[in-house]
Ligand binder design. Structure first.
Ligand SMILES: O=C(O)c1cc(C(=O)O)c2c(n1)C(=O)C(=O)c1cc(C(=O)O)[nH]c1-2
Length: 250
């Protein structure tokens, strides 16, 4: 790619990144939605993904602090409210903790992150560093995976409800609000990126930012798949068999 793309071509290129690299294609995601995951794997997924959820408002606060214009900040701050809520017990992070609670995981342990896989921590930190160190345009473009999240969320929720009897609609309440929020957020970010990426270099940079973000989401699922299916978890990480053994012993 050398020349300047039209806005439509840029959007097509971004959508192509999602079609080929988003985590809806990852084997662990397919396993999760098909009912093939053990209870321990579902727990490991929820526990690790908590760290991603928890980092989202932090990364949005970094982006917000880099915005010079009040209208932009007004738009972006809603994302932080969506995740943190207006008060204790509200917002996306609280809903994610409802999921880990329902799975029987200890809240304090989940929130401490101490049983998360090393790769999950590295991935989340890479996202925070990316939005801090790259241009504001790239930081905004890295949120564009949300263009694709409504599709993967719908498949995941229906698959999990159909296949795991310990998962209810209430357990997955986190996902109810997300598709609408993700559409609103990604419509705004896509429009911003299309109008602000005005040179071939900037266009390459925003496509690269979306590829980076897809690779970060992919790496988190690679780590789960490797640790809980093919190898064994890092010694200090969540041991998927522990709960089953404990239950069996009870
Ligand atoms: O369930 C998912 O597969 C999924 C994916 C993504 C994403 O693509 O980054 C997000 C979310 N969920 C999500 O719930 C969320 O709040 C969110 C915020 C962001 C972001 O980068 O700003 N991505 C995502």
């Amino acid at each position: 790619m050398t020349g300047l793309l039209t806005q439509e071509q840029l959007e097509d290129a971004l959508r192509e990144v999602g079609a080929t690299r988003y985590h809806h294609l990852h084997p662990f995601q397919l396993r999760l939605q098909s009912g093939a995951c053990s209870r321990g794997e579902v727990e490991a997924w929820a526990l690790n993904r908590y760290l991603y959820q928890a980092c989202i408002p932090q990364k949005d606060a970094i982006i917000l602090a880099r915005m010079d214009e009040a209208p932009l900040r007004r738009e972006w701050r809603q994302r932080i409210i969506d995740h943190d809520g207006e008060r204790e017990g509200e917002g996306g992070i609280a809903k994610w903790l409802k999921l880990t609670d329902d799975l029987g995981l200890d809240r304090e342990t989940v929130m401490s992150g101490r049983l998360a896989l090393p790769a999950t921590k590295f991935a989340v930190n890479a996202y925070l560093s990316f939005v801090r160190d790259r241009s504001l345009l790239e930081a905004i473009a890295s949120s564009l995976t949300e263009l694709f999240s409504p599709m993967v969320i719908a498949t995941r929720v229906s698959g999990m409800l159909a296949n795991y009897d310990y998962v209810t609609k209430d357990t997955l309440a986190y996902f109810t609000a997300r598709p609408v929020q993700a559409k609103r957020d990604s419509d705004f970010a896509l429009d911003y990126v299309k109008t602000h990426a005005r040179t071939p270099e900037q266009q390459r940079a925003v496509i690269g930012a979306l590829e980076f973000k897809c690779s970060m989401l992919w790496a988190m699922l690679d780590a789960l798949e490797h640790a809980y299916l093919y190898a064994k978890p890092w010694p200090d990480a969540f041991q998927a068999s522990e709960r089953g053994e404990r239950q069996a012993a009870e």
